[in-house]
Design a protein around this ligand. Sequence first.
Ligand SMILES: C[S@@+](CC[C@H](N)C(=O)[O-])C[C@H]1O[C@@H](n2cnc3c(N)ncnc32)[C@H](O)[C@@H]1O
Length: 383
Amino acid sequence: MSFAPVTPLGLYVHWPFCAAICPYCDFNVYRDRGVDADAWSAALVADLEYWAARIARRPLASLYFGGGTPSLAPVSIIADVVEAAARLFGLDENVEITLEANPNDADEKRLREIAAAGVNRLSLGVQSFDDDALKFLGRDHDAASARRAIARVQDIFATSTFDLIYGRPGQSDDDWRAELSEGLRFAPAHLSLYQLTIEPGTAFARQVAQGRWAPADDARQARHYEIAQDMTKAAGLSAYEISNHAKPGRESRHNLIYWRYQDYIGIGPGAHGRLAIAGERIATKALDRPDAYLKQVGECGNGVETEETLDAEAQLIERLSMGLRLTEGAPLYADDYFYRNDARAQRLRRLMDEGYLTLDCGTLRATDTGRPVLNRLIYELLG
Ligand SMILES: C[S@@+](CC[C@H](N)C(=O)[O-])C[C@H]1O[C@@H](n2cnc3c(N)ncnc32)[C@H](O)[C@@H]1O
């Protein structure tokens, strides 16, 4: 008897254009100066056809339109990609189709068009409920429009989430409590709470280097993280991932695919993919620049910039660094490749003795002490 593959398959579609570039953002983004909708539809569908020809057909568990600002994309492109995905792969009966939107694009007509295109989960970039903070973050919306957008999104989509950024300079513990309470009053089933990080090469990194302002110190960041854990827990949202909180069963299926190190196709400029092809684990990346992406897909039928076979070491590092972000942890059995390196096995024992990690019946987890310092922990464990 043979069984169909059970590993879920996801599709990530990167839409790289934004109305304005946020000073903290280091994603692959470009100012939106208008696009040729037909050319973009044709390119994304062709790229998807390329991947459909290379991997075994199985229904998609998730599609995710991320960015950039995909709520700015002509809706015909979203509809064309969803239609092509259904034709080429089939859609799981519980397929999750998420689109990231900014509050200023979330008017009722547009949201209804996005829903009609097949999107069933909307992720809104709220970032803050404080007008001064929104200005500091370079956002083009204010708190009132964010509140109205959340209400509209919750009215139109059965499933939605929004993002907030905490640990901003000048944000006190009480400011953060007040903002998060305001967010929780919307009774979200899912919430992403990100600590502000100063990414190299961004406008914020340059401002900090010039001494114009200083990021929140580690102690304040840690307190804000604790506040987020306590308040979301009290509201019935469990911290299933380091920055993500959800009611039971309302976790993001798409992001779980990443963190569980399952398979996903990446299309659109700069998109990454991880796929099992002919028994190998393949890492793919599409060309970053939108014009170069369109040109190559037009000429060659794919947007691939690099494709690399990941060896056991690379897979281990990716699998554990993604999996440890999850409260459920990452699989680590006694015969795992991990243990072929004695120094690494010793470091694991030490980090367990120090109370940062637990290993229970083949599952490695970060403890409550380990989770707030996860990046350092992963670095120490994997070197
Ligand atoms: C690249 S954005 C795209 C979503 C949407 N267009 C927006 O602008 O809100 C995805 C999310 O990543 C988070 N993010 C990006 N850079 C960040 C940083 N340096 N620190 C904290 N959060 C960040 C923000 O919360 C943002 O909502």
